[in-house]
Ligand binder design. Structure first.
Ligand code: AMP
Ligand code: MG
Length: 510
């Protein structure tokens, strides 16, 4: 009458010394009910779901999945623990954070042989909870589910969603909200802040053990016997972050809370709290209600990435060289390169967005001129590039693209319209000169998404779910699963919010 679920845990993190974590069990919830289980991801992870009996029904298996992914039942071979970490939050060091509302069930080798973590979020208090309740409201759980799966479909390295379960309990935030538990899958949950935790405690041995673990797990191409192995490790992490942040910039994503505890060393995006996609383009855009000074504004993300990586470098200096001066020189050189790698990666993405098959020196100016026009007019970033994809040839009709200037939030003017038309003429000429004109349109449609998780759509899905209707959430996930293929029946999902639908602020979800 039931299913058996086998998760092939092998738990490499739990094999690290005791001071890396606290062993702790999830606190059971009252009445778990499965909201969603990501079967495709489960397959990738090598999770086996076997119906024990012909009588097994969907309801039975849903109930059992809810028991496991709420933390009420601990799967065989799990080694539940809360990870220790510190972090700079908005620039301020907090020496002890750690998993206050998350519990790592364990890690495993997936069917590709990659190690992956399975973590419950909202599963009860841990020794790192401080004054928090260890729980998560339903809204942030659904938000993280939607955002991380959308990012994955957009091709961005990210943690993933394996399951969402409602808890049947209330959590108290501003008011009473339904509770839920989220199951997150990550290449690992090791953060810049994990390194900081040990460095702050002057525990050089632990920093080295952690670095060795990260090297073997995420960067196996590095020869650990090389004299410069840890410098190579730092460089590899910087390269991954340069690419990740370039990806965010090119899709108009604002992470919103780039604290050092929210930056992985694997290069996956993590912690979808107050994050948001821009609708109207402006480089200073901020959504997060707690980011009062705009530290984590859209345009600041590359510099903040570099700042966070400098904090990581500080923890690794003793491993770079015994002579601190030499160690600092090595770290500084890589951090300077980070800025170049990030800029180069971003230029390559923007080149693709414009349909060019190769980057030319003059492209940077062309891109910056376009972005200045978008910012001046507060033009919808995603829709502009999507519609631009249909304008690569001089005889293409520009009307659909230029209509974007009539959207309510736009600051349109005759001069702006003229400047955009001039820019389009220049760009089309460039495509012709480079022999890219015929193929650009299709390539651009594969690079410029039609569907992003727009804030108002996410808010709408959460609001319906809070009233017990999960169909809006399900539908949104379906739309976002194929972001590059427009479909007539989903045309509304391409649209920016109407003035009364606009979401101006996003919240942390703690
Ligand atoms: P985050 O905002 O998710 O990056 O969390 C920052 C820190 O606060 C982490 O150490 C979390 O574990 C902790 N935290 C956030 N929410 C809660 C909660 N409801 N209960 C306990 N700890 C929490
Ligand atoms: Mg966090």
């Amino acid at each position: 009458m039931s299913i058996s679920l086998h998760i092939p845990f092998s738990n490499a993190y739990a094999a690290l010394p005791d001071r890396f974590y606290a062993r702790v069990l999830p606190t059971p919830v009252k009445n778990p009910a499965l909201i969603r289980f990501n079967s495709a991801l489960a397959q990738e992870l090598g999770i086996e779901l076997n119906a024990d009996s012909a009588c097994s029904t969907d309801n039975n298996s849903d109930n059992q999945l809810a028991q496991i992914f709420s933390g009420n039942e601990i799967p065989d071979n799990a080694a539940p623990l809360a990870m220790a970490y510190s972090g700079h939050q908005f620039g301020q060091l907090n020496p002890q954070l750690g998993d206050g509302r998350a519990i790592l069930l364990g890690d495993l080798l997936d069917i590709q042989g990659q190690r992956r973590d399975i973590q419950l979020k909202g599963s009860g208090r841990t020794p790192f909870s401080r004054s928090g309740d260890g729980r998560s409201p339903l809204g942030p759980v659904l938000r993280e589910y939607i955002l991380c799966e959308a990012m994955h479909a957009l091709g961005v390295p990210t943690t993933r969603a394996l399951a969402a379960v409602s808890s049947g309990e209330w959590v108290i935030r501003d008011g009473r909200e339904p509770g839920a538990v989220f199951t997150r899958v990550a290449a690992s949950h090791i953060r810049v802040g994990t390194f900081q935790y040990f460095a702050l405690r002057r525990d050089g041995e632990a920093v080295k053990q952690l670095a060795d673990h990260v090297m073997a797990r995420h960067y196996p191409h590095i020869n650990s016997n090389d004299d410069d192995a840890y410098r190579h490790l730092f460089e590899a992490i910087c390269r991954k972050q340069a690419e990740l942040i370039a990806q965010w910039m090119q899709i108009g994503f604002i992470h919103g809370v780039m604290n050092t505890d929210n930056m992985t060393v694997s290069g996956e995006a993590i912690d979808y709290g107050p994050c948001a996609f821009m609708d109207a383009y402006h480089p200073e855009t901020v959504f997060s209600s707690i980011d009062r000074n705009g530290r984590y504004a859209y345009q600041n993300q590359p510099a903040i990435g570099q700042w966070n990586l400098a904090r990581l470098a500080e923890t690794l200096l003793p491993l770079f060289n015994d002579d601190e001066k030499i160690a600092v020189e090595k770290a500084t050189a890589i951090l300077q390169d980070f800025a170049l790698w990030q800029q180069q990666a971003w230029l390559e993405h923007m080149r693709e967005k414009l349909g060019f098959s190769a980057l030319k020196n003059s492209d940077q100016a062309l891109i910056e001129n376009l972005l200045a026009l978008l910012a001046e007019g507060r033009i919808d970033y995603t829709l502009f590039f999507r519609r631009l994809s249909d304008c690569s040839q001089p005889d293409n009709e520009r009307q659909a693209l230029l209509e974007l200037l009539n959207l309510p939030e736009c600051r349109s003017s005759a001069t702006l319209l003229q400047n955009i038309n001039n820019w389009l003429d220049d760009w089309q000429q460039q495509l012709i000169q480079r022999g890219d004109s015929d193929s650009a349109g299709q390539r651009m449609l594969n690079k410029n998404p039609a569907f992003i998780p727009r804030n108002h759509r996410v808010a709408e899905a959460i609001a319906a779910a809070e009233e017990g209707d999960f169909s809006v959430f399900e539908q949104l996930l379906q739309v976002l699963a194929e972001p590059y293929s427009s479909k007539a029946e989903y045309a509304d999902y391409e649209q920016p919010p109407k003035p009364d639908e606009k979401v101006l602020r996003t919240f942390c979800g703690t």
